[in-house]
Design a binder for this molecule. Structure first.
Ligand SMILES: Nc1nc2c(ncn2[C@@H]2O[C@H](COP(=O)(O)OP(=O)(O)OP(=O)(O)O)[C@@H](O)[C@H]2O)c(=O)[nH]1
Ligand SMILES: [Mg+2]
Length: 209
């Protein structure tokens, strides 16, 4: 048993949209699914779950949202975006920040509450998982880890999210598959390529009742 309770109503969110979108060939945030941008889909899911939202990107994204750019230079990968999210959260100030990926429009509507309920002490990281696979860009991060992350990026050339997690206490939170009219959808289905976008259109249709 633990006495630590994280108040979900204090948690800000950051949409990670700072990658190169090289497999898609154009910025994934602006790619259209069901007539709306992927960023718009993700914001609709995240807004009811968080107290404030920022977008991690290189340039303005519209939607009247603050943009937090990477402080770690050179497109260092998702950990650079997670670092920017931690710094943003720390500045609000908030003790924790949640991150989601812009290319994942069907993520769970109880993501933040389930991650927040899973942490048992203030320094613990919570990461989403489905079908036995973890999805470390969907995480709840103590903002106090920003300094450790910045130092790690300097010494770890590969900068894999999984390697950063090995340095810390992490709890994985499994999420169920989502039944649809067609078949069961992994809520962390993510869109990397034009073919994935076609598949996402089919899932969107299957989710409509
Ligand atoms: N800030 C930041 N975010 C990144 C970086 N690389 C990837 N991401 C984000 O991490 C998440 C997962 O990355 P990917 O699915 O590989 O997306 P991507 O790197 O834009 O796409 P590819 O170029 O096709 O690999 C996405 O939300 C990306 O926006 C980076 O260098 N900086
Ligand atoms: Mg990538």
């Amino acid at each position: 048993m633990t006495d630590f309770v994280l108040d979900q109503s204090t948690i800000p969110g950051v949409v990670l949209a700072g990658g190169r979108s090289s497999r898609m060939g154009r910025d994934k945030a602006g790619v259209t699914l069901g007539g709306r941008s992927l960023l718009s889909h993700v914001l609709t899911r995240l807004a009811p779950q968080t107290v404030e939202i920022a977008v991690n990107a290189d340039t303005a994204v519209g939607h009247d949202l603050p943009v937090v750019s990477d402080r770690i230079r050179g497109k260092a990968g998702p950990m650079a975006g997670i670092h920017a999210a931690m710094v943003y959260g720390a500045g609000l100030p908030a003790t924790h920040v949640v991150t989601v990926s812009v290319d994942c429009p069907f993520f769970p509507s109880d993501l933040v509450s389930r991650l927040a309920n899973a942490v048992s002490h203030p320094e613990q990281i919570a990461i989403a998982a489905s079908e036995g696979r973890s999805h470390p860009v969907f995480g709840l991060w103590p903002t106090a880890l920003a300094g450790d992350l910045q130092g790690w990026v300097r010494i770890d050339e590969k900068r894999r999210v999984r390697d950063f997690l090995l340095r810390h206490d992490v709890t994985e939170v499994p999420f169920p598959l989502h039944p649809t009219r067609a078949s069961v959808l992994d809520p962390f289905f993510n869109i990397n390529t034009p073919d994935d976008l076609i598949e996402a259109e089919r899932w969107l249709e299957a989710l409509r009742t």
